[in-house]
Design a protein around this ligand. Structure first.
Ligand code: NAD
Length: 251
């Protein structure tokens, strides 16, 4: 029997990048997977796509209910949808701050809130939040984004405490810079995309970006029954970026 067979999973932001890789991997390991996204039109079988905007509570509730109905329950929730923001605290106005936190923090709240009654009924309930290295390292030009991801890491712990006695595990993954369409868009906007990519690669101790599949593998582990005693953790998938302090390479 496959590792995740008979488990029902919902992945937000599952039409692209890390979320897409996660949905595909969970399905390959035997889970029935639904994807919730602003535009799930690119989602292929066997994944099922549902339109929802995580900044809209009614839309989230109706998509979670529809997905759980089709799947026949819910065991795994991956809160992965997110948007980027660049700049110092001087560069984003209040509307941008409200929008960034609404999607990246309250998005986790809305989807989990809608899913909790279903997760309580599961014998293998797991929530995995896609957090970021931005929660634990000070990155330049990422004030709004980092504030949101810091909140997601703290929220992960608070949710863990609230729901541990209900049999619901909650963890997060903290990717370093990952080679997804998101980062592709950032590189496209740079004045010198090649130099920008080289700078991002150099920031990772391993000298390369993280892959979406590597983050998906960590999410799949945290979501699986094999991680049955793992809760309230943040698993870094960052090529060593958070923990290592290397000397410059000898020339
Ligand atoms: P991506 O842009 O490739 O995918 C994000 C997906 O989220 C898209 O399909 C998008 O449609 C969806 N989405 C955005 N806003 C939404 C909303 N309001 N409602 C529903 N869906 C919405 O990005 P990615 O790089 O795969 O990022 C996925 C997650 O990983 C994000 O939470 C991001 O913060 C996090 N992350 C990314 C990196 C990186 O370097 N790529 C690093 C650390 C953490």
């Amino acid at each position: 029997m496959s590792e995740l067979s008979r488990l029902k999973a919902l992945v937000t932001g599952g039409a692209s990048g890390i979320g897409r890789a996660t949905g595909v991997l969970l399905a390959a390991r035997g889970a029935d997977v639904a994807v919730l996204d602003l535009d799930p039109s690119s989602v292929d079988e066997p994944l099922r796509g549902y339109v929802a905007d995580v900044s809209d509570d009614a839309s989230v509730r109706s998509a979670v209910a529809a997905a759980a109905h089709e799947l026949g329950g819910l065991d795994i929730l991956v809160n992965n949808s997110g948007i980027g923001a660049a700049g110092t605290i001087e560069d984003n106005d209040d509307a941008q701050w409200h929008r960034g936190l609404d999607v990246n923090v309250l998005g986790v709240v809305r989807t989990t809130r809608a899913a909790l009654p279903l997760l309580r009924a599961s014998a293998h309930a797991a929530v995995v939040n896609t957090c970021s290295i931005a929660a634990t390292a000070g990155l330049p030009q990422r004030a709004l984004y980092s504030a949101g991801k810091g909140a997601v890491q703290a929220l992960t712990l608070a949710m863990t405490a609230d729901h541990v006695r209900e049999g619901i595990r909650v963890n997060c993954v903290n990717p370093g810079t990952a080679d997804t369409p998101w980062v592709g868009r950032l590189l496209d906007q740079a004045s010198d995309p090649e130099a920008e990519r080289a700078a991002l690669n150099a920031r990772q101790p391993m000298g390369r970006l993280v892959t979406a599949e590597e983050v998906a593998a960590a999410i799949a582990y945290l979501a699986s029954p094999a991680a049955g005693s793992v809760t309230g953790t943040a698993l870094a998938v960052d090529g060593g970026m958070q923990g290592l302090r290397l000397r410059p390479e000898e020339q």
